[in-house]
Design a protein around this ligand. Structure first.
Ligand code: GDP
Length: 195
């Protein structure tokens, strides 16, 4: 995908702030520090546009990026941050569930997982929500450059097993360092839009 233009549109904190132009949306979910901002920046070839999503207290913010006037990448707040209060955690849950259950333009969610570690309880909960709301899922195992190639298979198997990865889900190996998986992710987006 040739990136012609990228525009940061809004940090939406309420549904009435979500865009109304009905362009297809692809959301990105993952725990704080998993590498979500780096992945978005790699996807859109802009070094600093996606700010780190791990800031505590921003649990209700959906960041919308419009790419080539064709699609939105929607950055969910990073979850699993230890210092987030119970109230914030509940607010996050309510916002995400409302979004997943009722967001017409949403085409797919990329669930970003650190290839080195077993998915967390929150990762599994997110995956289960996506399945419950019948949202197409692409599991992205990122930071692939952090382990030797020879171990990729074993780790991917471990991640899939823990999540309960289903036939029909997508999986992409990714590295923001090397750009591995970038073209594959755009291909999935383009194919989904074309359907
Ligand atoms: P976020 O909180 O999920 O948005 O995470 P960031 O994108 O801010 O990344 C967290 C840390 O992991 C930063 O220090 C990044 O440089 C690093 N990081 C992210 N992705 C990769 C990757 O693919 N490979 C390596 N080696 N480091 C990464």
């Amino acid at each position: 995908m040739k990136i012609m233009n990228v525009e940061f549109v809004i940090s939406a904190v309420r549904p009435d702030q979500y865009p109304v132009d009905a362009l297809p949306e692809f959301a990105l979910a993952g725990r704080s520090n998993v590498g979500k901002s780096s992945l978005i920046n790699k996807m859109i070839m802009r070094k600093g546009l996606a700010r780190t999503s791990s800031q505590p207290g921003k649990t209700q913010q959906l960041n919308y990026y419009r790419v080539n006037d064709e699609v939105y990448l929607v950055d969910f707040p990073g979850y699993g941050y230890a210092k987030v209060s119970k109230v914030q955690r509940a607010q996050f849950g309510t916002m995400i569930e409302t979004f997943l259950s009722d967001r017409e333009p949403l085409k797919m969610v990329f669930l970003i997982i650190d290839i080195r570690h077993e998915p967390s309880v929150d990762d599994c909960l997110m995956y289960d929500w996506l399945k419950h709301y019948e949202i197409p899922v692409c599991v992205v195992t990122t930071k692939a450059d952090k382990i030797p190639k020879s171990k990729w298979d074993k780790h991917v198997k471990m991640v899939k097993k823990k999540l309960g990865f289903q036939t029909g889900d997508y999986h992409v190996l990714f590295s923001s360092e090397t750009g591995l998986g970038r073209d594959e992710l755009w291909a999935i987006i383009n194919q989904t839009i074309a359907e």
